[in-house]
Design a protein around this ligand. Structure first.
Ligand code: FES
Length: 127
């Protein structure tokens, strides 16, 4: 099974998933801090990640995802929405964007407060 590796200033996690699994579902399985304000229905951009490896192995981007990414912060050629990009047969590495990490912390205030208390949030650098 392909592995998905999530990286951010906060985490470095890898999870094995079945082909066809979305990056967002993989993130939830790995407990990676990927935001998902709309619940994974392509109605926001809080699951925005940069794909560092395996971009071509992911499912194709459709017009709706491209339209949503137009509203995202710091969009790059490797940008994908985690809820829309599905894993193929190859391993994938993704960087969780600042936008997504901040959204995750807003969605999980107790976790954010605990990290703040430990001096781990916000990170000195986001990328
Ligand atoms: S969670 Fe909203 S677009 Fe992916």
């Amino acid at each position: 099974m392909p592995r998905v590796h999530f990286m951010s200033p906060m985490q470095d996690l890898t999870v094995e998933v079945a082909p066809g699994t979305s990056l967002l579902d993989a993130a939830e399985e790995a407990h990676a801090q990927v935001g998902h304000s709309c619940g994974g229905v392509c109605a926001c951009s809080t699951c925005h990640v940069w794909v560092k490896k395996g971009l071509d192995s992911l499912s194709e981007q459709d017009d709706l995802e491209m339209d949503r990414l137009d509203l995202a912060f710091d969009v790059r050629a490797t940008s994908r929405l985690g809820c829309q990009a599905k894993v193929g047969d190859e391993d994938v590495e993704v960087w969780i964007t600042e936008e997504s990490l901040k959204a995750y912390m807003d969605e999980n205030p107790d976790e954010r407060k605990a990290l703040e208390a430990e001096g781990k949030w916000p990170p000195a650098k986001f990328s």
